[in-house]
Design a protein around this ligand. Structure first.
Ligand SMILES: Cc1cc2nc3c(=O)[nH]c(=O)nc-3n(C[C@H](O)[C@H](O)[C@H](O)COP(=O)(O)O)c2cc1C
Length: 158
């Protein structure tokens, strides 16, 4: 079973979770890279605006083709109660190439419900599993929910 974890991370929280998931389920990883500089206060404000307005961005070309994987696990941070612009763009760009998908996000506190609903709408497929984890849980290594997600994902994959 070939699995890809494709993630965007502005400050490293989602990256930490993505790497944990990939190791647990023996998946390859693709870090989705934005061409927009989102560092610092200005970058933060642009991110907030783009999340809120559901804007797309321009991504660097990914290394891997999601169509080569039986399952793609897609995750990023929540921005202004929405999925982040790089995740919206990745999904729009490759929406016809996901055989099966699972979703995850990291967030301060809320926004996962809207984000997951819209992610599903974009690709036109229900995720086999979904995982929302708070930033502070990732930082503390409090990843029980992630364990459950991994077994759901590998269970449906089998
Ligand atoms: C512009 C911006 C807007 C955010 N809006 C939300 C939000 O609406 N709800 C929330 O729970 N967290 C929000 N956050 C917090 C991030 O989702 C959270 O810190 C996340 O773990 C960051 O992941 P990263 O380090 O992978 O980028 C926001 C962060 C940024 C930068």
């Amino acid at each position: 079973m070939k699995i890809l974890v494709a993630y965007y991370s502005r400050t490293g929280v989602t990256k930490k979770l993505a790497e944990y998931l990939a190791k647990k389920i023996n998946a390859e990883t693709e870090e989705i890279k934005d061409t927009v500089n989102r560092a610092g206060v200005v970058g933060y404000m642009l991110a907030g605006r783009d999340g809120m307005k559901r804007r797309l961005t321009k991504l660097e070309t990914p290394k891997l083709n999601p169509a080569d994987f039986e399952l793609v696990i897609i995750g990023g941070p929540i921005w202004s109660w929405n999925m982040s612009a790089p995740i919206r763009t990745y999904l729009e760009n490759y929406k016809n190439q996901f055989k099966k998908a699972a979703f995850f996000c990291t967030m301060g506190g809320s926004g996962d419900d809207i984000a997951f609903k819209e992610m599903e709408e974009i690709i036109g497929k229900k995720p086999v599993a979904a995982l929302a984890i708070k930033t502070k849980e990732v930082a503390a290594g409090d990843l029980n929910k992630a364990e459950k997600f991994c077994s759901e994902v590998t269970g449906t994959a089998a």
